[in-house]
Design a binder for this molecule. Structure first.
Ligand SMILES: Nc1ncnc2c1ncn2[C@@H]1O[C@H](COP(=O)(O)OP(=O)(O)OP(=O)(O)O)[C@@H](O)[C@H]1O
Ligand SMILES: [Mg+2]
Length: 505
């Protein structure tokens, strides 16, 4: 009996399997040979029937939208929202490691359903995946599988979903994406690489600079002003919209080398949690390339052009129109690089101005633009006027307040008997925070505070002596120059007298 029953059972399973296999085979044949139009017609018909009898509404959000590269923003926001809010209720999840990231992101797996509740409404999210028709040859990876989120809810919640729930999903999803993202440091690729197989105009690495406002040596009041300014900007979306301004802000950081301009940019990026686009202008051939680079930046980013006075000729045409030929204009001409003549083959001042505040800056909000320079006076006033470079921040030589921050960073001390002497010396000598930091750096693992401070005092005294020596040499030279001038004057006047005499004669 047992054997027969076992046989009957076995035959039953085999029969079932062969039936299922035949059905699958039949379905694949039907899929292959039923014309696409008929399949579409049947789908539409079944949907209409369903809509006529069901009180539920379904909204679909596709992973890829036609005529656009990459995944749709709505899909990504929905995915991030579900991962952040209701993924824990899902039984099947999919973990992934985003390129260049350390963190695993977990999302709802294919064909999994999760339930969300919002203001008393129940909403069902289901992730579906459709495979391509087997007789369609696809060249693009994302055309092979199509994923879609289907949001289903009762018809009576339609108003709520349209007006409140979907904007909520978008906002929360975007916020979750920003929270989870690995911040990146982008640099522009030379345009010869833009036509490659991936055609990327920017390359990126992880942004891992440790600088923060806490470790930045600067006067506390000035630092607080900058932090307040950044807060205003970050939370100012509605304000900028209400005054009709693009949501962007320009900072000009100027000051001698080693005073912390680049360090400040990293601190800003860390504070705001923004990406950094380090734009190397010398690698950009013309204004068209500049526009393309700008268009391919994303929001929540800081676009940086370091040493703006050296990277490019930004003197514009204004200076060529000047015809004064006095001594000082000759000097200025020597300092400035040759003026761009061929606008098609060069980034020009007007191109950069467009980049900052023209049409191109309106193609997306929440961007900060930072220029750094050691020579503010060399820049065209049009480039740095308020409204373009809204805030001009001078990064100056190390003051006592900055020194205290550096001492805390490097030696973990807030006070010391040598501080008074250092305060006096810093009042008399110009030393950059970079040089002060270098002197404070302990020589060995065991921090010898006295030795480090002693080294700094020695360096400050040497710098003071050097400055005094330079000043006395300068004074001597000036005296000599004055004497020469006097001699010239007297000789020329005696010549004039002679000439006058001759003329009179
Ligand atoms: N204000 C500061 N606070 C803390 N560290 C600083 C500061 N300024 C300089 N440093 C230190 O000195 C180094 C050089 O500074 P940074 O590159 O920011 O100077 P910079 O102003 O950008 O100089 P450059 O004009 O040459 O580009 C930094 O790595 C940092 O360690
Ligand atoms: Mg720098």
């Amino acid at each position: 009996m047992e054997t027969i029953a076992g046989d009957a059972h076995g035959y039953g399973w085999a029969g079932l399997w062969s039936a299922v296999a035949s059905l699958i085979f039949l379905w694949s044949m039907v899929q292959q040979y039923v014309p696409a139009q008929l399949e579409e017609y049947l789908t539409t018909l079944s949907r209409r029937l369903h809509a006529a009898i069901s009180p539920y509404v379904t909204i679909t959000i596709d992973e890829h939208v036609p005529d656009s590269f990459g995944r749709s923003e709505a899909y990504l926001a929905a995915e991030a929202y579900l991962s952040a809010t209701c993924a824990t209720s899902a039984r099947r999840l999919r973990a992934d490691l985003a390129a260049g990231s350390d963190r695993m992101s977990v999302a709802v797996d294919d064909h999994e359903e999760v339930v969300d509740e919002f203001r008393g409404a129940k909403l069902w999210w289901r992730k579906t995946k459709t495979l391509p028709r087997s007789n369609v040859i696809s060249w693009s990876a994302h055309e092979e599988e199509r994923r879609t989120y289907c949001l289903t809810f009762h018809n009576r919640h339609r108003g709520l979903v349209d007006a409140v729930y979907l904007p909520h999903v978008l906002a929360e999803g975007r916020a979750a994406t920003v929270r989870n993202r690995q911040r990146r440091l982008f640099t522009n690729n030379p345009s010869s690489d833009w036509s490659g197989w991936d055609g990327r105009v920017w390359s990126h690495v992880k942004l891992e600079h440790p600088s923060t406002f806490a470790t930045l040596g600067m006067h506390p009041a000035k630092k607080q002003d900058i932090i307040d300014d950044l807060d205003m900007f970050r939370d100012g979306k509605d304000y900028y919209a209400s005054v009709g301004k693009a949501w962007k802000r320009g900072y000009l950081l100027f000051g001698p080398p080693g005073t912390g301009k680049s360090t400040m940019i990293a601190a800003m990026a860390n504070y705001l949690d923004y990406d950094v686009y380090d734009l190397e202008l010398t690698a950009v051939k013309n204004n068209t390339e500049l526009r393309r680079l700008f268009i391919e930046t994303t929001g929540k980013s800081i676009i940086v052009i370091e040493d703006i006075d050296c990277s490019i000729d930004l003197t514009g045409k204004r200076k060529t129109k000047k015809k004064k030929k006095d001594k000082s204009s000759k000097k200025k001409k020597k300092m400035a690089p040759p003026v761009a003549m061929d606008e098609e083959n060069k980034v020009t001042l007007s191109g950069l101005l467009n980049f900052i505040d023209g049409l191109w800056s309106a193609c997306g909000g929440e961007r900060i633009i930072v220029f750094t320079t050691n020579h503010k006076e060399k820049l065209d006033p049009a480039l740095i006027r308020r409204g373009r470079m809204d805030s001009h921040i001078e990064m100056s030589y190390c003051c006592f307040e900055s020194f205290k921050v550096l001492a805390k960073n490097y030696l973990h001390i807030a006070d010391h008997e040598l501080f008074h002497e250092i305060q006096q010396l810093l009042g008399e000598v110009d030393m950059s925070p970079a040089d002060v930091a270098e002197n404070l750096m302990p020589k060995s693992k065991a921090k010898d505070v006295d030795a480090s401070l002693g080294k700094l005092i020695k360096a400050l005294k040497e710098a003071k002596e050097e400055a005094l020596a330079k000043a006395s040499i300068g004074a001597v030279n000036e005296e000599e120059a004055e004497d020469d001038d006097e001699e010239d004057d007297s000789s020329s006047s005696s010549e004039e007298e002679k000439n006058g005499k001759n003329k009179n004669d």
